[in-house]
Design a protein around this ligand. Structure first.
Ligand code: FAD
Ligand code: DLZ
Ligand code: SF4
Length: 507
């Protein structure tokens, strides 16, 4: 008899460990534990989502004939950690062997290796590219470019392929995307689920234990099982997919979801299967229900970006999260935890993060990420924040997005240039600036948008590194053409702003 460990983000009925286990003999071990609920101060919605989904999954396994030893967080016998729970179950049953699927985080991989039991960790094959596949693809390449990896995934899956050529004659239709938000857009309402008794019980538990964490627990409407997650996907395909491409990068006040799919959390804990999702989205295009620019853009995020960042995380090893090539060391300002700010864009992105445990990609990259980067915040603190506040945040996907793509802390392993911008970009893509204390049109002087000041401060302080980047040369030429006095004023005002930020003043 073996113990079969199933973690909170491994809620897939045919996950590797379950496929290899023997239903008649083995014991499935699932545990709600303090270490997993506390390694960062997770958003209460995220904790409730994971625990409720775990409980429902355990019920489903039991209904399928598995023996499941499930430990709830408030069980007095709870050992408090995954290794502790394994040892407790081993001692109760006399089992010495553990079968599991490899965790998605180095921290937990290391912790399991220390467990004094015979542990077999199988590769998590819910992904298209195995570690070996990614290694082979990456081997010998000077720079790792998602676009080339993506084409390989298209060929391998046959998604949007017509023989050897990409559907529509092009691999990427992004130039048709990226329209700004307009407040007269007709926006679909996301699908929400009333808490059932299992969810309601978990909500009470989470409120009692984690009510102090940043984030609003209620109302809670997330899917917590496969059937509900499937319904979210269907709803997305029916109502939002056709406009997904066009408005992928748009941002609108009070409209956090726009035409996004809202499925990352479900994919990441195993309630949805990535290839299945892509096939259903592809079918919407073949049936004439969605245009190619939307469908291609969407599929690229999943078989391209999602797989690619996972490859990076596991290839770079456990020290990836320590990287800080730009030497940024400023503490994360209180405004990230809901502290007051006059910057409407940050207030909106953080506010909806607090309410929903969700922000879409451009808010994460070009608002909270951009500000952290140009303000020189310690990337480790930025990483901990993203890992805590989003319901879809698991380190294998969060860390490369935050440290690599957003903070350039890995020196540009896969981002060809840092994602920094002045207020202009935010103004073009959103309606935030109209309601802001600052003026986006003001570059320096009274009321100048802090993004305008900090953008140049960033460019100036990292000149040596970035002036040689062909994609950034133009910006340095613009800076150099500015009047010297104006440049000095911008830098001085940026310094003053950073000093106020450090002093904890409301900015
Ligand atoms: P949509 O915009 O509708 O996209 C569809 C799907 O594509 C997503 O569900 C997701 O599975 C996938 N996808 C899109 N972009 C990416 C990407 N860059 N990396 C991986 N998958 C992607 N995504 C996470 O799943 N977990 C994270 O912890 C996470 N942290 C991020 C941190 C930063 C700083 C940034 C810039 C991005 C991060 N992302 C993360 C990627 C992206 O923001 C989210 O996947 C997306 O916002 C989820 O919302 P959605 O399901 O509505 O996605
Ligand atoms: C995120 C999370 C939380 C909040 N709680 C648990 C838990 O109590 N038990 C568990 O098995 N998993 C949990 N998880 C998911 C793990 O943190 C996740 O498996 C690792 O981060 C590896 O990706
Ligand atoms: Fe953000 Fe600047 Fe626009 Fe204000 S003016 S919302 S700080 S970009």
């Amino acid at each position: 008899m073996k113990l079969v460990l199933v973690l909170g983000d491994q809620l897939t009925p045919d996950i590797a460990a379950l496929r290899q286990a023997d239903k008649a003999q083995d014991l499935v071990v699932m545990a709600e534990v303090a270490t997993e609920t506390q390694y960062v101060p997770h958003h209460p919605k995220k904790i409730a989502f994971v625990l409720a989904s775990m409980r429902k999954f355990a019920d489903r396994l039991r209904a399928d004939g598995w023996q499941v030893a499930y430990t709830t967080l408030d069980d007095p016998q709870n050992a408090g950690s995954v290794p502790g729970e394994l040892l407790r179950r081993a001692s109760d049953t006399g089992a010495t062997q553990v079968l599991t699927t490899r965790p998605g985080e180095w921290r937990l991989i290391a912790a399991l290796e220390e467990v004094p039991l015979h542990l077999e960790a199988l590769e998590d094959d819910r992904f298209l590219a195995s570690h070996a596949d990614f290694g082979t693809w990456a081997e010998g390449r000077k720079q790792l470019r998602m676009e080339f990896f993506y084409r390989e995934m298209r060929r391998r899956t046959g998604l949007l392929m017509e023989g050897d050529t990409p559907a529509g004659g092009k691999w990427n239709f992004d130039h048709e995307n990226r329209k700004p938000g307009k407040d007269d857009l007709f926006l679909p309402e996301p699908l929400r689920f009333e808490p059932d008794p299992i969810v309601a019980e978990v909500l009470d538990l989470v409120e009692a234990r984690f009510g102090e964490h940043f984030g609003q627990l209620r109302p809670f409407g997330m899917a917590t099982d496969q059937t509900q997650a499937d319904a979210v996907l269907t709803h997305f395909i029916d109502t939002a997919l056709p406009a997904f491409g066009d408005y992928q990068d748009a941002m609108l006040s009070g409209r956090p979801f726009l035409y996004h799919a809202l499925i990352s959390a479900y994919l990441n804990i195993g309630l949805l299967d990535p290839l299945d999702v892509c096939r259903r989205v592809e079918a919407a295009w073949s049936d004439g229900r969605a245009p190619l620019n939307a469908v291609e853009g969407f599929i690229r995020q999943i078989i391209g970006w999602r797989e690619f960042v996972r490859g990076i995380y596991f290839r770079e090893g456990p020290t990836y999260t320590d990287r800080n090539v730009l030497g940024h060391d400023r503490a994360l300002p209180a405004l990230y935890w809901g502290g007051e700010t006059g910057m409407a864009c940050l207030s909106e992105a953080v506010g909806q993060t607090r309410e929903q445990a969700y922000a879409h990609h451009i808010q994460r990259l070009m608002v909270t990420g951009n500000f952290a980067l140009i303000a020189g915040i310690d990337p480790a603190e930025v990483h901990q924040w993203y890992l805590a506040v989003y319901a879809d945040a698991f380190e294998w996907v969060e860390a490369p997005n935050t440290l690599g793509m957003s903070q350039f802390a890995d020196g540009g392993l896969f981002a060809t240039k840092p994602y920094v911008s002045s207020g202009n970009y935010i103004d073009r893509m959103s309606d935030y600036c109209g309601g802001c204390r600052y003026s986006v049109k003001t570059k320096v002087g009274e009321g100048a948008c802090p993004f305008n000041l900090l953008y140049w401060h960033f460019m100036n302080r990292h000149r040596e590194r970035f002036a040689v980047n062909p994609r950034m040369g133009q910006m340095y030429r613009t800076w150099d053409r500015m009047d010297e006095g104006r440049r000095a004023d911008i830098l001085k005002e940026a310094e003053d702003f950073l000093a106020r930020l450090d002093a904890g003043e409301v900015v």
